[in-house]
Design a protein around this ligand. Structure first.
Ligand SMILES: [Zn+2]
Length: 61
């Protein structure tokens, strides 16, 4: 089993974890229905992505 050669100091541990923060999700507005959508995803409201309909939006559910 691999064993660490020396203990990581609290300062170095903090340096490593400085990249671990979670950023808030980026929000854009759908060009078709103006609903807030996650960028680079198909709109969950109307099924549009990149100016055309990609999937059929759910109706009456
Ligand atoms: Zn939409």
């Amino acid at each position: 089993m691999a064993v660490p050669k020396r203990r990581v100091s609290p300062a170095r541990q903090g340096m490593r974890r400085s990249h671990h923060a979670v950023k808030p999700k980026q929000i854009a507005y759908c060009s078709h229905c103006e609903q807030p959508v996650i960028t680079h995803r198909i709109c969950s409201n109307c099924g549009y992505y990149g100016g055309k309909e990609v999937i059929k939006a759910k109706e009456g559910e």
